[in-house]
Design a protein around this ligand. Structure first.
Ligand code: SF4
Length: 118
């Protein structure tokens, strides 16, 4: 992924520890995908990332327009609480369409604006 701009008062070297940082940007398409399986993969990577808190704080401060940041799926500065597969919805819900829930650090919960998928 591209290194995010930091607007919070966090140490700027946290990006060195980012689980999504592979030095080649190879995961960028996973973190900025419309596909549920990619979004689920990105969230799973975030869930084991040691710098999830400063990453999410920065995304909130920047009102990220798009992508998975800090374990959350952003759209126009808000965190989507759900995401539907493209096309006609299936008659029966599929387990693979459930995105993993990544806990939000308690220090950031009140700063997030949530929205449901439209
Ligand atoms: S929390 Fe996710 S998006 Fe943020 S640095 Fe870690 S792996 Fe990357």
């Amino acid at each position: 992924m591209l290194a995010p701009q930091i607007t919070e008062d966090w140490s700027s070297d946290w990006w060195d520890q980012a689980a999504c940082r592979d030095g080649r940007g190879g995961l960028t398409k996973v973190f900025f995908s419309e596909e549920l399986q990619d979004i689920a993969q990105a969230k799973a990577i975030c869930a084991r990332c040691p710098v999830i808190e400063p990453c999410l704080a920065g995304a909130i401060a920047r009102r990220e327009r798009w992508g998975v940041w800090g374990g959350q799926l952003f759209l126009n500065g808000k965190v989507l609480t759900d995401k539907r597969r493209r096309g006609r919805p299936p008659k029966n819900s599929r387990a693979e369409d459930q995105l993993p829930e990544v806990p939000i650090p308690i220090t950031l919960k009140e700063r997030i604006v949530f929205r449901t998928a439209s």
